[in-house]
Design a protein around this ligand. Structure first.
Ligand code: B3K
Ligand code: ZN
Length: 876
């Protein structure tokens, strides 16, 4: 594919006025008739042809104003339709008929069939696989859709907007017509047809309109959609209360399908979901599943305003809808659950996914300026860092001005295809502030590194805080400008009281936010009576890495006293990371690992502190991951040593804390009635963390086997199974539990995904053999993205010792898989391939094996653009 540059943006030559589509559905020969009305944009050259996008299309007829078009006036290839000699200014109608094969569509882009259900996925450029079209987000039009299909197989015929009507059509068929009054880009088009069950409800909006809510799932699975429905209603209410946004159609539909490349899709009025993010009940869903469903239902619903009503001018602006919508779903979950615990989880995710992306060969700005394959830019940088950038605007402006700015954005740009600049301008206009320097966050890639030092002068009663920012070089950006970095802070006195206010020199501090704007800056606080402990970047107000050599005593002080729970968790992390890195180094050198008792005591004190919410205590006990340690080490990494070091630290904690864990486990083991809410989930997390440590301390599968036997919900069941499989892979108890799990959930592929994942992530070199043999299992389906991700994907992304076997066999296997998946489903293949992006951080022997595997992929001459783009950037 050719490279697309932001600088080349220009509007289309022709304006699309309206769209009428008629689908005659057939599993292998679907006929699509598109009637498109255009006019030439004012000022455009009268000779300019109309150029429509296509992808793999076969055209069977083309009419111009209802009359067959002279073949001399057009050129049709599978990739485009170019029409010449068009009217200078009057509107005209093009009627194109294309034939498509939904059954053969294994890419899952465009119109495809999954488990007998016709469905579509058009973002980013899938609509052009349905018909020739100006397939870009700045072309907004009103759509009318007619669907004709076999009645028995497809009682349900759905599309965007409001239902117009339907009737029989010949002996075996019927049709339905839908009209969406809201102009939209083609990527938001959707169609679903098939035979599904439904859960129905209603929502009355703030202005008193009643909206019909429908969630469609496979027959028999209706009860498992109840939580999704509840989450939807809470999302609708929350968006009215917090952002003043009301829903705008008579009906809102969600359809769950089992073959889907990502989580879900925000098509106007007709969201299509990966069934993994709809279906839940206590027997089959973990607490994490419930939390994901709540967040993703909300995310897609929130897109109705941030994405659909206001869409993107071009795909470079993706963060305009994605970063903002992630910010909105984060805020929603924070309001529904525990704000601090949610923040900790967000930061863990950002650090484990986005930081490595930003530090490696795939790094790109939140608002990129060039791409070869847009599907490769649905990244954690665009989504999660994009959300953090929005959060920083809120931090800098404060609550009221942020609200004014976002209200202005909704008012000024409703119905527009907008840009990041438009968005920032609204906050500038609403607040009177200049966000020019701040906007570098959209343009400069790389995680800012901030070095901090503090000095207290007792006689002058001053505290000086020196900060220096460094933004690492990233592909295409060798030098960087200093950024505006808002750091929330507190000065914590010896007795634990907090302050921010005092006379300050050296920079701007507003309330509890310190604004770092220069490359190096020293803030001096006057009138400080005794040496305080500095708590910096509280709530993770900026997505940066701090290098602040605080003493363990200071960190323990923060961990004990900070009123910001996030900061307390961060302090615990800052104490544990060096312990884990040094344990890894000791393991590599073959030495004996010792863990400082003071650290263990502090950790156990948090675990046992009944004043703290259980979910927070569980987060504290969940030490930085092996990937976190690898990142901290920063190079020459030996995953086996990192694993061994971390295990030794866990053992030391388990041994020293056996009594604490026994008490915790006993206190929380009695299962009350199951509730999927945050409080219930927190208790289960703490209990299972205690179980895990106890199993280490006692070094027997008995406890986990007993927990497995009596588990009455999927969280407890899968946690017990994980402990068994990961700690005692060869034990009879483990074999028995794996077998009963498989038998019990044989009819439930989403649950078997957990079974695949648990086994694919058993540490050690044997994981590869397990993965290979599980691929032969009757329950594995190489064409289903959820199966592939849960077995092959988690092996690469979440099993550092297994995937990074020293002999390189893990990489070689993975390369074969990528090459096998790519011809069927390039997006899935490209996404899996990113697991190898940090290969240069490995020790030389493994790095060399990884390079060879990557080169074996690059050597194929049949690669998709998606995989070609990733493999070349990763090798560069
Ligand atoms: N907008 C979709 C993602 C589309 C991905 C296309 N490769 C889901 C979401 O972010 O809500
Ligand atoms: Zn989104």
């Amino acid at each position: 594919g050719r490279i697309v540059h932001l600088a080349d943006y220009r509007p289309t030559d022709f304006v699309l006025e309206r769209v009428d589509l008629t689908f005659e559905l057939d599993p292998t020969e679907t006929k699509v008739e598109a009637r498109l009305i255009f006019h030439r944009r004012e000022g455009v050259d009268a000779k300019a042809p109309l150029v429509l996008d296509g992808d793999d299309l076969t055209m069977t007829s083309l009419l111009f104003d209802q009359i067959e078009m002279d073949p001399a006036r057009y050129t049709a290839t599978p990739e485009s339709l170019v029409i010449r000699d068009l009217p200078e200014s009057t509107p005209f109608e093009i009627t194109v008929v294309t034939m498509i094969n939904p059954e053969a569509n294994t890419q899952l882009m465009g119109l495809y069939r999954s488990n007998g259900i016709y469905c579509t996925q058009c973002e980013a450029e899938g609509f052009r696989r349905i018909t020739y079209f100006p397939d870009r987000p700045d072309v907004l039009a009103v759509y009318t859709i007619n669907i004709i299909a076999d009645k028995a197989a497809n009682p349900l015929l759905l599309s965007n907007g409001n239902f117009l009507g339907g009737a029989g059509f010949g002996p075996d068929k019927h049709f339905a017509a839908w009209f969406d009054p809201h102009p939209k880009p083609s990527y938001l088009f959707a169609l679903v047809a098939g035979d599904l069950g439904v859960v129905e409800d209603t929502f009355t909006t703030m202005s008193g309109r009643e909206v019909a809510l429908k969630i469609y799932v496979e027959h028999g699975k209706e009860p498992r959609a109840a939580y999704a429905m509840d989450a939807l209603k809470r999302s609708m209410k929350w968006d009215e209360e917090v952002f003043g946004r009301e829903y705008d159609l008579d009906i809102f539909m969600i359809v769950a399908v089992s073959d889907f490349n990502m989580g879900a899709m925000e098509n106007k009025g007709l969201n299509i979901f990966n069934d993994k993010y709809v279906l839940a009940d206590p027997e089959t869903a973990t607490d994490q599943d419930y939390a994901n469903i709540e967040a993703i239902i909300a995310h897609e619903y929130f897109h109705n305003w941030t994405g659909n009503r206001i869409t993107c001018r071009d795909w470079f602006q993706l963060c305009l809808k994605e970063g903002l919508t992630v910010y909105r779903d984060h805020e929603f979950s924070a309001d529904m659950r525990s704000r601090s615990v949610k923040r900790i989880a967000e930061v863990r995710h950002l650090r484990s996914e986005q930081f490595p992306e930003d530090a490696g060969p795939l790094a790109h700005p939140v608002r990129p300026t060039t791409y070869r394959e847009i599907n490769n830019f649905y990244t954690t940088t665009v989504y999660e860092k994009g959300s953090e950038v929005t959060r920083m605007i809120a931090t800098i402006l404060g609550r009221d001005d942020f609200k004014k700015g976002i209200d202005l954005y909704f008012e000024r740009h409703d119905g527009d295809a907008s840009t990041v600049e438009d968005f920032i301008k609204c906050f500038e206009d609403a607040s009177g502030r200049d966000l020019k320097q701040f906007s570098l966050w959209y343009h400069q890639a790389g995680t800012p590194q901030i070095t901090v030092s503090s000095t207290y002068d007792a006689s002058a009663k001053t505290l000086s805080l020196s900060l220096e920012q460094m933004i690492p070089a990233t592909p295409g950006q060798s030098t960087k400008e200093p950024m505006h970095i808002p750091l929330r802070f507190a000065l914590i006195s010896e007795n634990g009281s907090e302050s921010t206010a005092s006379a300050i020199a050296g920079g701007t501090v507003s309330g509890d936010v310190l604004h770092l704007t220069e490359r190096a800056q020293t803030f001096t606080f006057a009138g400080i009576g005794s040496r305080p402990v500095v708590s910096l970047n509280r709530g993770f107000s900026a997505p940066v890495t701090l290098h602040f050599a605080q003493s363990n005593d200071d960190l323990i002080h923060i961990a004990r006293h900070d009123s910001d729970l996030f900061a307390r968790w961060q302090a615990i992390t800052d104490i544990s990371l060096p312990i884990l890195t040094s344990a890894a180094k000791t393991a590599q050198a073959g030495g004996a690992i010792e863990v400082e008792p003071a650290f263990i005591d502090a950790l156990l004190a948090v675990a046992a502190d009944e004043a703290l919410e259980p979910a927070f205590r569980a987060q504290a006990l969940s030490l930085p991951s092996e990937a976190d340690v690898a990142r901290e080490l920063g190079g020459n990494n030996d995953p086996d040593a990192i694993h061994a070091g971390r295990q030794a630290v866990l053992s030391a904690i388990a041994k020293a804390g056996t009594e604490v864990f026994r008490t915790l486990y006993a206190a929380h083991a009695a299962n009350g009635a199951f509730s999927p809410d945050a409080a219930g989930a927190g208790k289960r997390a703490l209990k299972n963390s205690a179980l895990s440590f106890l199993s280490i301390a006692e070094d027997t599968p008995a406890l986990a086997a007993a927990a497995y036997a009596k588990a009455d919900n999927m969280t407890d069941l899968s946690q017990a199974l994980t402990i068994l499989a990961h700690r005692f892979p060869e034990a009879d108890e483990t074999k028995a539990a794996l077998a009963t799990f498989e038998a019990r959930f044989a009819a439930n592929p989403l649950v078997l995904d957990k079974w695949f994942t648990i086994q694919a992530t058993i540490p050690g070199a044997d994981a590869l053999i397990r993965v290979k043999s599980l691929m032969q299992s009757a329950n594995f389906a190489p064409t289903n993205p959820n199966r592939v991700r849960s077995l092959i994907g988690t092996f690469a992304f979440s099993n550092p010792t297994g995937f990074n076997r020293a002999d390189g066999a893990g990489y070689a296997f993975y390369a074969e898989q990528i090459l096998a998946i790519d011809p069927r489903n390039p997006q899935l293949a490209a996404c899996l391939l990113t697991a190898l992006r940090s290969w240069r951080l490995l020790e030389p022997v493994r790095a060399e094996h990884a390079r060879k595997a990557l080169e074996s992929i690059a050597a194929s001459d049949a690669l998709s653009t998606d995989v070609r783009d990733i493999v070349e950037r990763v090798l560069k």
